[in-house]
Design a protein around this ligand. Structure first.
Ligand SMILES: Cc1ncc(COP(=O)(O)O)c(C=O)c1O
Length: 365
């Protein structure tokens, strides 16, 4: 063989055609007298880090020449206490999306099927395709809610994992206790159901169950949670799962070694200890959510009731124009071309700019 063989390194065929994850567009700097730009495109928490959390993170930064605690001992103990679960039922990862990817690695490969609603969190098709498994997308119902009966009907012998995103990203809609329990009880016990509760802390509908209560007597249920949203640690990348053995143990095997930095671990522990303060901020965001929702409805928009930190406007063909109008008004939103726009609840001023842009757009329709 010649020293340099022709062609390029062989890559896995499943990588062909993987949709690339589109992060929310950053806010552009204001130009001239233009409005300040706000980023409402990534469902982030608009509040800056709490001083006490920042202090712990800075202290941890002082030793970043060392690897972090691979077992996340302190964080695991704190989580176990907070949620009343054994440490052996916990696994952490680089954001909950990192944990979701580990769940797929642990359960699914070529020839297997992964079911999720669509549209839902845009990482699901990407991480499923990377695993080599096949995505089975079940359309949301006409109210933009998970159609659990149709998802049940989609189960085959090849199904390994089902995501239920509650509340759903990007629609903010929820599935309630009776329908969810009925679904969980019908799914075959060898299929893992992942309740993705990234926005759990924003739920105020009392009929929506806490996944951690549902997992307790269901060995095929795993609950995904994150510090990125309500706790405001999106940039530090730390999420976790609550699941029975052997799922949790498998995740500790498939996780990237040392994936959660010491800074993230310390900040997460400090956040759990400062939960009251953080949840006050969540309360303020929920008040803003109500204000934004009511104003949109008052302007004549049809908006699905949201239990997350964002609202969904089904704009269809007008999606891109609407996003451009928001851009010009100084708010960056998240368009899904041809479908709709997701808008994060942010600072009061940002929400005001968005509402003004929505009102002007509505009048032109
Ligand atoms: C439904 C859902 N799950 C998981 C995530 C991932 O969050 P992270 O990886 O920051 O924990 C997101 C982020 O937007 C999300 O919307």
């Amino acid at each position: 063989m010649s020293e340099t063989s022709a062609g390029s390194p062989k890559l896995r065929a499943v990588l062909d055609g993987i949709p690339t994850y589109k992060p929310g567009k950053p806010a552009a700097a204001a130009e001239g007298d233009g409005p300040v730009a706000y980023k409402l495109s990534s469902n982030e928490n608009p509040y800056p880090p709490l001083a006490g959390v920042m202090e712990q993170a800075i202290a941890a930064a002082g030793v970043f020449n060392r690897y972090p605690d691979m077992a996340c001992t302190g964080l695991m103990e704190e989580l176990a206490k907070r949620f009343g679960v054994p440490v052996s039922h916990l696994a952490t990862g680089t954001g909950s999306v990192g944990v979701a990817q580990s769940l797929l690695q642990a359960t699914s490969g070529p020839g297997d099927e992964v079911i999720y609603a669509w549209r839902s969190f845009e990482a699901y098709p990407i991480i499923t395709q990377i695993s080599g498994a096949t995505s089975v997308k079940v359309p949301l119902d006409e109210g933009d809610v998970h159609d659990l009966d149709a998802m049940f009907d989609a189960i085959t012998e090849k199904t390994r994992l089902i995501f239920v995103c509650n509340p759903n990203n990007p629609t903010g809609t929820v599935v309630r206790r009776a329908e969810l329990e009925r679904f969980l009880d019908r799914v075959p016990k060898d299929v893992l159901i992942v309740l993705d509760e990234a926005y759990r802390e924003f739920i105020r509908d009392e009929q929506v169950p806490d996944g951690i209560e549902l997992y307790r007597d269901r060995p095929n249920v795993a609950v995904l949670r994150t510090f990125s949203k309500a706790y405001g640690l999106a940039g530090l990348r730390v999420g976790f799962v609550v699941a029975h053995e052997p799922v949790a143990a498998a995740l500790r095997k498939t996780a990237v070694p040392f994936g959660v930095s010491q800074i993230a671990q310390e900040a997460a522990v400090a956040s759990l200890r400062a939960e009251d303060q953080l949840l006050e901020r969540v309360e303020a965001l929920i008040a803003e959510r109500t204000r934004v929702y009511d104003a949109l409805v008052g302007q004549g928009w049809t908006v699905p009731v949201t239990q997350a930190n964002f609202v969904w406007l089904r704009l269809g063909e007008r999606t891109t124009d609407f996003a451009a109008a928001c851009d010009r008004a100084g708010v960056v939103v998240r368009p899904f071309a041809g479908e709709g726009v997701r808008v994060t609840i942010g600072e009061v001023e940002a929400n005001d700019l968005f509402l003004k842009a929505a009102e002007a757009f509505r009048k032109e329709l």
